[in-house]
Design a protein around this ligand. Structure first.
Ligand code: MG
Ligand code: ZN
Length: 192
């Protein structure tokens, strides 16, 4: 097997498509301006693009797993129409009170993706519109970029400013991540 490669982990709602609250029907999927172009840049750079999304609406009974899959297909269609592609999508169907390990900021889905796709989490970038999207970067040794939107809590922006990168658009975040991926690797630390 080839050496593990870095990935860009993207949140879905509010990061790729408009977060209208529990997006659960194909017709509700509306791409954010510039999102497809930003993802296409990652595709061109041959960086794995992995979506990790909290879908507590499934656990809350607001929509079904099949609804989620239909939205996933619609998003792929809209991206494909603009020459962009998500390589893999992972979702947590649980609610916050379920105590699962897959709901972000939990890292189970990122670790599963790493095992299944051969990813190097410590060289990966974690991008989203909430602090919980970027916090896995700290837990997994990677890099986080918050892309705040009008719906992002101010406290998320304040907290992210201390520990992560904050970018104004997904495109700016992608530029930053691609710069980081091109930078030479830091030599391994020798603790002795
Ligand atoms: Mg979001
Ligand atoms: Zn979960």
């Amino acid at each position: 097997m080839s050496a593990p490669r870095p990935a860009i982990f993207l949140d879905r709602d509010g990061t790729i498509n408009v977060d209208s609250g529990y997006v659960s029907r194909p017709e509700e999927v509306v791409l954010l301006e510039g999102a497809a172009a930003a993802i296409a840049r990652l595709n061109a750079a041959q960086v794995a693009v992995v979506v990790v999304t909290n879908q507590s609406g499934i656990g809350r009974g607001r929509y079904t797993e099949a609804d989620y899959q239909a939205v996933t297909r619609r998003l792929a269609e809209l991206l494909a129409a603009k020459g962009a592609k998500v390589d893999a999508s992972y979702h947590c169907p649980h609610g916050p009170e379920d105590g699962c390990e897959c709901r972000k900021p939990g890292t189970l889905l990122h670790r599963r993706a790493a095992a299944e796709l051969g990813l190097d989490l410590a060289r990966s970038w974690f991008i989203g519109d909430r602090l919980r999207d970027v916090e896995p970067a700290a837990a997994l040794g990677g890099h986080g970029i918050l892309v705040p939107r009008s719906t992002t809590p101010g406290a998320d922006v304040v907290a992210a400013s201390d520990r992560f990168v904050v970018a104004t658009t997904l495109d700016a975040a992608v530029t930053r991540a691609l710069e980081g991926l091109r930078a030479p690797l830091t030599p391994p630390r020798t603790d002795d």
